[in-house]
Design a protein around this ligand. Sequence first.
Ligand SMILES: [Zn+2]
Length: 287
Amino acid sequence: MMRHGQRRRPNHYVLVVFDSCRFDSLVAARPRHILKLGDLEQRWSYASWTAPSHFNLLSGLMPHSNPQKVFASEYYKTDFLKYSERLGVDGVSFKSLIPQLYFPSFLKESLGYRTHAMVSLPVINPLTILNHGFDSFRLMDRHNDMRAMLPEMRFAEDRPSFYLLNIGETHYPYALPDEPPDQWPRISGVHGVFKHLDDHVVGGKLKAGTDRFFKRGKLKELRERQIAAVRYLDGVVEELFDLVPRNTYITITSDHGELFGEGGFFGHGPIMHKKVFEVPFVEGRLR
Ligand SMILES: [Zn+2]
């Protein structure tokens, strides 16, 4: 029981972003460990591709719940109050971030956090503008190995830590670390782009009948692969839960959804479709 006037120690905070993971993919994977954090919510990303969506997350705005009959300013205000719980620090509000409006800088400069990012997708590499207010910002050697991030995480006793973990197993081609690249599914037109991992151009309207790979069966297989990736990541998340100190708050969400043929689209990016904004959201403290 805390006495009046006693200052709480801020929580460590870990923000896990399953890149491209659609809400219904996470539901279909029936994860055992991820849902220990709290209730799974269906939320909506502010952007349809990786870079703007991560910028938004790092501005402190989580995917939204799409409330009706409320002004945006009111919603932001309420959404930011949640940070008091996440960080274990009273009085965090939208105003706290003014004028930079950038969460890592606020955590570092105002609350004394050590701030770290480990990212899988080169489109948000350390030379991008997102690397602001971070003590360390690292592009991982492989685009699809969350487990490789875990031994790199450090939590000091005297200072709280913030980690952004951008996870690539759920991104096209939804490959697990032990799957040889020559066995990854090939989509003509997309794979050549994927070689450079230019995430922002993976996606778009499919031209009917022009690509046999976009047959319904192929797209169903790709969706199954994303679901399998979440099922696999659930085991890595269990390892994360075992690793973090007691006073750690964790949010697991996605930066945008993914299209598997709905409306004639595949992927994400230059797409206006409900499914490209639909993301899972779950958060809490384990104990
Ligand atoms: Zn993304």
